[in-house]
Design a protein around this ligand. Structure first.
Ligand SMILES: Nc1ncnc2c1ncn2[C@@H]1O[C@H](COP(=O)(O)OP(=O)(O)OP(=O)(O)O)[C@@H](O)[C@H]1O
Ligand SMILES: [Mg+2]
Length: 462
């Protein structure tokens, strides 16, 4: 059934129910839309702003300081500007604002500003920086211990491929170059990253971790590189994580979520060894080793345009690939016994054996959450277990039923397996030749026309 509610009302109901503040004006600067979140930010009521000119509704603004009026004048968007202001109730609000012109058939018909409130996340981010700045001297003097501090002996494995990666850690630790750790979620990247730091000459220095997916671009930038007073409204002189990690290691987790522009800035720090705080004239020398982790194939990230090739080549000087648990057949028994012991102690249980059928099931399952998922599975089973033996009935229900589905799943059809292989080889050839189809065809030993046809047919992005 087609709705009879007018589109305008629908749109305004939607825009009023989202978390962002929205302020739209027509090409004369008159407010045509202003939602409740915006009113809460500004400490006014919607009626005081709706239908009024920006400068009438907000007398403290001028033609020069109003971003909406500026965008109407320049027709250029202003993207992700951090702003700090005190609202009428005296509260400080930190927002990230994006203001864009609204253009219809080449005519400017208005502008809209969308702002997200990051006050809480910013306060937390700053608290972390302050705490890190405070504990840094203690770390330097060897007084502070990391809460979760892993070394190479914590990485348990019987798998030949992973044992080979472990043996690379000692070598790479002392080479002091940047390292990229690649592995699916839960494979143990954090363990490897910390082990590299602890086995290196920097082990007495700070180890600082930052997840690149956790913060919006502008905040991540200020947290990594630091700020200077006046670089944006409310900004203060503050060192970034690069300065705080001086003499130690900086762990950039989920690097694939770092925006491309910031990746370029990161590359410059890696190349030159200097950082420039946002808004600062001068650069500062830093002695930091960057260890980055990503949870998808770096080649795919480059191919899909989410990782800069130059940064990839810079980090790829040394990469550690951690195989997923489903490929580490020897590890399932080892890790299971390890976690059983751990939870025996934690829950005061007395499990001594694990039924053979449990392992059969574990070997059939594909463990998308890898070691972390195995750990949680054992935790569940140990809570359920009563006697000395852990059996299938103690496992989470969904795992008890996977047997049937894996049995019926069988082998991947040859045609789709071949196609996957073909796509992967073509992508690699394109990457190696900087997307030069002629050269890629030579590498693949097929005619250029055939390659072109396959790229089109298989929907490969060049
Ligand atoms: N080889 C191992 N030996 C012992 N414990 C392990 C091993 N690998 C992983 N673990 C345990 O599994 C859990 C997940 O590991 P970790 O946090 O290092 O994964 P990750 O690869 O960083 O995952 P994500 O991408 O989700 O951040 C941790 O509790 C860790 O202690
Ligand atoms: Mg991790």
């Amino acid at each position: 059934m087609i709705s009879t509610i007018p589109t305008n009302q629908m749109i305004s109901a939607i825009l009023n129910s989202i978390d962002e503040s929205i302020h739209a004006v027509d090409n004369n600067g008159m407010t045509i839309f202003y939602n409740q979140v915006a009113a809460d930010h500004d400490g006014v009521s919607v009626d005081e702003v709706l239908g009024k000119h920006v400068l009438e509704a907000f007398p403290s603004l001028t033609k020069e300081t109003s971003t909406l009026l500026k965008v109407l004048e320049t027709r250029q968007p202003i993207i992700q500007q951090p702003q700090r202001f005190e609202n009428i109730k005296g509260q400080f609000i930190d927002t990230v604002n994006t203001t864009i012109p609204i253009i219809l058939d080449n005519n400017l018909i208005g502008a809209v500003e969308i702002a997200k409130d990051y006050s809480t996340i910013k306060t937390l981010g700053e608290k972390v920086l302050d705490l890190q700045a405070r504990i840094k001297p203690q770390i330097k003097q060897g007084k502070s211990k990391q809460v979760h501090s892993y070394t190479i002996t914590d990485i348990l494995t019987n798998d030949p491929a992973l044992m080979a990666v472990k043996s690379q850690v000692e070598k790479v630790a002392n080479a002091d170059s940047a390292v990229l750790v690649v592995g699916e979620t839960g494979t143990g990247k954090e363990l490897f990253v910390q082990s590299i730091h602890h086995s290196s000459g920097r082990s007495e220095g700070p180890f600082i971790a930052q997840n690149c997916a956790a913060l919006p671009e502008s905040l991540l930038e200020s947290i990594l590189f630091g700020t200077t007073k006046g670089s944006y409204t409310g900004a203060i002189d503050r060192p970034g994580l690069f300065e705080l990690a001086d003499g130690g290691s900086l762990f950039l987790d989920e690097l694939n979520s770092m925006p491309l522009e910031l990746q370029a800035k990161l590359l410059r720090v890696l190349e030159d060894g200097v950082v420039r705080r946002i808004g600062d004239q001068k650069t500062r020398k830093v002695n930091v080793r960057v260890i980055a982790a990503i949870n998808e194939s770096p080649l795919d990230c480059v191919q899909n345009g989410i990782m800069r090739p130059d940064l990839y080549y810079r980090l790829n000087v040394f990469s550690l690939f951690i195989p997923p648990l489903r490929e580490r057949n020897f590890d399932i028994e080892l890790l299971t016994s390890h976690f059983v012991e751990q939870f025996n102690e934690r829950f005061s249980k007395h499990v001594r054996n694990v039924e053979h059928t449990v392992f059969e099931l574990f070997h059939q399952y594909n463990w998308p959450g890898n070691v972390r998922e195995l750990k949680h599975t054992i935790e569940h089973a140990m809570i359920m277990a009563e006697g000395h033996t852990l059996s299938v009935k103690h496992l989470p229900v969904q795992l008890q039923h996977i047997k049937k589905s894996t049995e019926t799943k069988g082998i991947q059809p040859l045609r789709s397996a071949m196609q996957e292989m073909e796509i992967s080889l073509i992508k690699q050839a394109l990457l190696q030749t900087n997307s030069n189809i002629q050269q890629a065809a030579v590498l693949l030993e097929i005619p250029r026309q055939t390659l072109q046809y396959k790229i089109k047919n298989l929907n490969i992005i060049v």
